[in-house]
Ligand binder design. Sequence first.
Ligand SMILES: Cc1cc2nc3c(=O)[nH]c(=O)nc-3n(C[C@H](O)[C@H](O)[C@H](O)COP(=O)(O)OP(=O)(O)OC[C@H]3O[C@@H](n4cnc5c(N)ncnc54)[C@H](O)[C@@H]3O)c2cc1C
Length: 391
Amino acid sequence: MQKHSEIVILGSGLIGLSTALLLERYGLESIIIDKSPINLLESNKDRRTTAISQGSARIYEKIGVWKDLVKYSQPIYKIKVTEGIEADGLTFNYGMTEEGVMGYIVENKFIKKFLLKKVLKSSLIKLYSGTLVKGLKNLKNNTLQLKTENGTTTCNLLIGADGRKSNTREIGLFKYLYKNYNQNAYVFNILHKKPHKGMALERFFSTGPLAILPMKTSKGNQSSVVFTVDADKTFKNRSSFVKFFKAKYKDFFGEVLKFSKVSIFPLDVYSCLRYYKNNIVLVGDACQALHPIAGQGFNLGLRDCLSLSESLKKAKNLGQKVNSNLVLKEYSRTRFYDKSLLVGSTHNLNKLFSLKGKIISKVRSVGLKLFNRSDFLKKKSMLFAMGITDL
Ligand SMILES: Cc1cc2nc3c(=O)[nH]c(=O)nc-3n(C[C@H](O)[C@H](O)[C@H](O)COP(=O)(O)OP(=O)(O)OC[C@H]3O[C@@H](n4cnc5c(N)ncnc54)[C@H](O)[C@@H]3O)c2cc1C
């Protein structure tokens, strides 16, 4: 293990890898440490897909991964949002803005693969996989010591990108807001009879939202499903789960021909009140982990990485240290509005659509239809969700 690096990134998830590549773009060296061994990082068992916004695709263009990734990305041409199985609701269409398609659905395994490939080729980034960080200690010379299973290393700035259950956040004693949603996201893929034509469907039920997201694949008409269900609802076996799903899916893209394995993610929200402290700065899920209802957690985290890399580049140009309070304060100030808005809005969206009862269901249904009539509101919210402008 290298004895010292000015910048250490903890975690080689999508956010940690992206941070290192954005720093590399400005000639900044870093080391990444991850507890998973390299064969596990490369095999990438994550079966999820991510809705990558236009804004995120443009960030990936900057670091040269989009040209590979775009081949595995399904453009989103239409999004339909409804209350339950109602036919009408809110529709967003390609062409309502001048910014291209609304986003892309990409399998996480491909995002990871191309990021990792670039990281392993870089002369400015070193990856220490299979290395669990067990403790952090601030030393007198304004450096931080990391104790790992494979020895110790020091750094001036530790970027905590170790995800939703971040140890960095806990050891660093960062204060945060937390709520357990008492919901699980069931994630799986379906092969269906009719083509999806790049359409994403989101149906809101009082038991939780059902999102069906179009995938690019040579295997036929395939979509990825993120089905949120109250944790109190349990299933005796796979067929009772399939039956429950089918009653909500109602063959929207035709009969389901094949189901993949199901992965289950318990849902909660973390939101740090401060983003840096004592030579540590947090990015991505380590700093704020959202409900997947709007498919924005990764996109928000990627904007953290971009903003931090720009602040650190500025620090270098001005001859300041990467852990200077001035620099990290600027990063926090730049990110505050975007983070607070998305944490708040996804939380409230989930709360609104979880309310049970016939009257509230009717109110939601009318609300969606009214929203649908305003091209101005639709365009504004689309540009925000696409990561192009703020609200
Ligand atoms: C069901 C679901 C669907 C989603 N869909 C979308 C979507 O469509 N669009 C979107 O924008 N977002 C989506 N998200 C959110 C998105 O998946 C996350 O925001 C993103 O993956 C977070 O990446 P990360 O790198 O911050 O964390 P992680 O992916 O959790 O990576 C953390 C890394 O840190 C390492 N690590 C942890 N602790 C240590 C330690 N002590 N020592 C060393 N290494 C350590 C881990 O091994 C891991 O590699 C979804 C989330 C869920 C749950």
